[in-house]
Design a binder for this molecule. Structure first.
Ligand SMILES: Nc1ncnc2c1ncn2[C@@H]1O[C@H](COP(=O)(O)OP(=O)(O)OP(=O)(O)O)[C@@H](O)[C@H]1O
Ligand SMILES: [Mg+2]
Length: 242
C-alpha cells in the first residue's frame, strides 16, 4: 500500500500544486489508498473513514515570510490543515540557487526524508510536492526529490504531472526515464491542466502519453480548477481521476 505519494512534474508551473490539492482531497475521503484509482474506488468509504492526509512541500521558493506559498493554495482549495513547509526562500529560483543567494543553509534530503517518514507513522497518506521538475536540487549538494525518495523507509510512489500540449511527450518521457533509471516506482501521469476544448496535439497526447512512456494517465485536472471555491473543488476532484 502506498503510504507516501511524491508529486513531481515535467517542469515548474505544470500544475503540481493543484494536482496535490486534488489528490489530497481524494485521499482524505478514502480509507488509505494504493493509488489514485484505488482512492477513488474507496471513495464510498469517504465520509465514514475521514482518512488522515498530510502534505509536505520540502522547499518553497519565490515567496517572502508573509506571502502565501503552495500550501496556502492547498489549504484554500481543500480545507486541509496538516500542511508542512520545510524551508522557504525568497527568490523564485531552484532551492539550491535561492539558498546560496540568500546565504542560508538548506536541510539535507536525509532530513526531509526523516521528517516525512515520521509523519507517515501517524498519517494514512503523506503527499510530497517537489519544487520544479525532478532534477531540481533541494539541498546544498544538489540532491533532489529522487535522492530524497531513496532515503525513505516508508513505501512510496511517484506521480508525474505533465502539460497537455505539444512538447509533453518529450518532457514526460525524459522525466519517466530519469525515474526508471533510479528504480523509483511511478503510479501514473496526471495532466495538470486539461483544456475544455483540446486542440489536435492535446487530443493525440492523451492517447500517446501512455504508449510512449509505458505509464498510464491516471488523472486530468480541468483548466480553471484552481479558480473553483473549496466546495466545488472538493466535490469535483474525485471525478478527475480514473
Ligand atoms: N487546472 C488548473 N486550473 C487553473 N489554474 C491552473 C491549473 N493548473 C495550473 N494552474 C495555474 O498555473 C500556475 C502554475 O501551476 P502550479 O502553481 O500548480 O504549478 P507547480 O507545478 O505547482 O509549480 P511549482 O514548481 O512552482 O510548485 C498557477 O498559477 C496555477 O494556478
Ligand atoms: Mg507548486
Amino acid at each position: 500500500m502506498t503510504k507516501i505519494l511524491i508529486i513531481t512534474g515535467t517542469d515548474t508551473g505544470v500544475g503540481k500544486t493543484i494536482t496535490t490539492a486534488a489528490l489530497a482531497t481524494c485521499y482524505a475521503h478514502a480509507a488509505g489508498g494504493v493509488d489514485a484509482g484505488a482512492a477513488l474506488d474507496a471513495a464510498g468509504a469517504a465520509e465514514r473513514s475521514g482518512a488522515s492526509v498530510a502534505v509536505v512541500k520540502p522547499a518553497q521558493t519565490g515567496v517572502t515570510a508573509d506571502e502565501p506559498g503552495d500550501l496556502a493554495d492547498i489549504q484554500r482549495l481543500t480545507g486541509l490543515t496538516d500542511l508542512h513547509e520545510g524551508i522557504r526562500l525568497r527568490d523564485p529560483l531552484a532551492p539550491t540557487t535561492a539558498a546560496r543567494r540568500e546565504g542560508v543553509p538548506l536541510p539535507t534530503v536525509e532530513a526531509h526524508a526523516k521528517f516525512i517518514d515520521h509523519l507517515a507513522t501517524t498519517r494514512d497518506t503523506v503527499l510530497v510536492e517537489g519544487a520544479g521538475g525532478l532534477l531540481v536540487g533541494l539541498d546544498e549538494d544538489g540532491r533532489g526529490l529522487a535522492e530524497l525518495a531513496a532515503e525513505l523507509s516508508t513505501p512510496f510512489a511517484f506521480v508525474v504531472v505533465t502539460r497537455a500540449g505539444l512538447g509533453t511527450l518529450n518532457h514526460t518521457g525524459l522525466t519517466v526515464e530519469a525515474l526508471r533509471a533510479r528504480d523509483l516506482p511511478i503510479d501514473g501521469l496526471i495532466i495538470g491542466s486539461w483544456p475544455a476544448d483540446p486542440d489536435l496535439a492535446e487530443q493525440c497526447n492523451l492517447d500517446d502519453l501512455p504508449v510512449t512512456t509505458g505509464v498510464p494517465v491516471i488523472g486530468r485536472i480541468p483548466a480553471g480548477a484552481g479558480g473553483l471555491d473549496r466546495a466545488a473543488f472538493t466535490a469535483a476532484a474525485l471525478g478527475w481521476f480514473v
